[in-house]
Ligand binder design. Structure first.
Ligand code: SF4
Length: 474
């Protein structure tokens, strides 16, 4: 059974005390606090030896005890704790102790990448040191979203294509260095790569789940991502990103889930269950197929396709490009005008003060179907058809996977756009947005469910036991 412990990351410490008082009488009957846990947090205990400057804090100990009990009696726990009590160690130490003593597996899900890295680089080495002083061991691992890993197959493909893909010699040199590094690397995680890889290169060599051939691919034996997954499967404690909980993370045998920064979970769920379409993402989609500026793209790389086909793709991309500009230009007056005076449009309060403080984002809720003229979904559909035609002439499994991924992306964008414009689901919110000028005033369309309790519950209970898609490593 999956045990759930929620650890919220803000507010006051009173809630911690209150919760412990509330739960202690019942739980004390079923579980004893191990003396080891109390010893760890003592002023002269293992934590004091592993962490210079450590001073015992009553609230930290109370939280650690509450987490231990929740794990031990298999009950959910929600903790609200103020800053400065040392929350990370207050849940990492009892979890690691529990996992190590009883051979359990614990997942810790965070919202930010920064916290993920902090747990791995700063807190877990301390926890490991503490346990070592007690004669115990803990194996921990970090798992991030696919785009954070190097794909050896895509890298090899880029190295072989060389100048056909990149503008500068510098980019080609980085490819060469990356390729050399993979020969001895033990992880494909981007943050562990000992050189700076610019976005223009990373976008072409990172893992892409749609293109991954798994064991059918030529790089299966040397796949670094596979090493990372294997490492995570062997670990007692795995730090992941909350997005992974919804994206089908598969780590069988998970015994407990701890969600840090849990106040963000609703937002992550809504984002995952809905969608966003930005002017930039549509532009990138079209450029990946055939860029009018650089003359590059999938259509050019598929050298075996007939010239007539390439011309048709060129015309379809031009049409789609014009339709995308037309669509997003229609958004501007709706964002600029007075919402009260524009039929089908209303204001949306910022989701949180934090969101409000991020800059001058403007949002308008759309409540009327077909408020925007749409020529884009038809053009994207036409491109999907043309790419599908090319499938029959693909020469390798990699090429086939790449074409299929492009077909799926065009078809998905067309479907999402139609769904957005129809505004047909009363259980969803539809809105348009212009991002802050500091980030390029990105224009976007969004759709998200209004109620997410069911899918969140489903993911919390089953999300970690899903079986991997057979195309993916594992
Ligand atoms: S198995 Fe997937 S991630 Fe690994 S090298 Fe092959 S394509 Fe890349």
């Amino acid at each position: 059974m999956l045990r759930i412990s929620h650890v919220y990351g803000d507010h006051n410490t009173f809630a911690v005390r209150k919760m412990i008082q509330h739960t202690s009488t019942e739980e004390e009957r079923t579980t004893a606090i191990p003396s080891t846990l109390l010893r760890i947090f003592a002023s002269d205990g293992p934590l004091a030896k592993a962490l210079p400057g450590y001073a015992p804090r009553q609230q930290q100990l109370e939280m650690a005890v509450a987490v231990w009990r929740a794990l031990d009696v298999q009950q959910p726990l929600i903790v609200e704790a103020g800053t400065g009590i040392g929350k990370s160690l207050a849940y990492l130490i009892p979890s690691a102790l529990w996992a190590s003593q009883y051979r359990k597996k614990v997942i810790v899900a965070t919202y930010t990448r920064t916290l993920q890295e902090q747990l791995i680089a700063k807190d877990l080495p301390i926890v490991s040191d503490v346990l070592r002083r007690l004669g115990l061991t803990i194996q921990y691992a970090l798992l991030m979203g696919a785009e954070n890993y190097l794909c050896v197959q895509r890298l090899t493909h880029c190295v072989n294509q060389g100048k056909a893909l990149f503008d500068t010699d510098g980019e080609e040199q980085i490819l060469g260095k990356l390729h050399a590094w993979t020969r001895t690397a033990m992880t494909g995680l981007r943050s562990r790569i000992p050189l700076r890889v610019p976005e223009s290169v990373w976008g072409r060599v990172c893992r892409d789940a749609d293109l991954c051939l798994g064991r059918r691919g030529p790089a299966w034996q040397t796949c670094l991502y596979r090493k990372d997954i294997t490492h995570a499967r062997q670990a007692n404690l795995v730090v992941v990103n909350q997005h992974l909980l919804f994206a089908g993370l598969s780590l069988p045998g998970v015994d407990a889930l701890i969600i840090d920064e849990a106040h963000n979970l609703e937002g992550v769920a809504a984002q995952f269950l809905g969608f966003s379409l930005t002017d930039r993402s549509v532009r990138r989609l079209l450029d990946d197929t055939l860029s009018p500026q650089t003359g590059r793209g999938l259509a050019v790389r598929l050298a075996q396709q007939p010239e007539r086909w390439r011309k048709d793709v060129g015309v379809a991309v031009q049409k789609a490009d014009a339709a995308a500009k037309d669509l997003f230009e229609q958004i501007r007056p709706l964002l600029d005008g007075e919402p009260e005076r524009t039929a089908g449009v209303s204001t949306i309060l910022p989701r949180s003060e934090q969101a409000d403080a991020t800059g001058d984002t403007v949002r308008r809720r759309i409540q009327q179907p077909h408020l925007l003229r749409d020529l884009l979904s038809e053009s994207l559909g036409r491109l999907a058809e043309l790419l599908e035609e090319a499938l029959a002439r693909s020469e390798t499994a990699e090429q086939e996977a790449e074409i299929r991924a492009h077909v799926a992306r065009h078809a998905q964008a067309a479907r999402q756009l139609k769904e957005f414009l129809a505004c047909g689901r009363p259980d969803y919110a539809y809105w348009i947005e212009q991002g802050p000028a500091s980030r390029g005033s990105l224009l976007s369309l969004h759709m998200a469910p209004l109620e997410i309790s069911e899918p969140v519950t489903e993911v919390l209970q089953n999300g970690l036991t899903r079986v991997y898609d057979s195309r993916r490593p594992g």
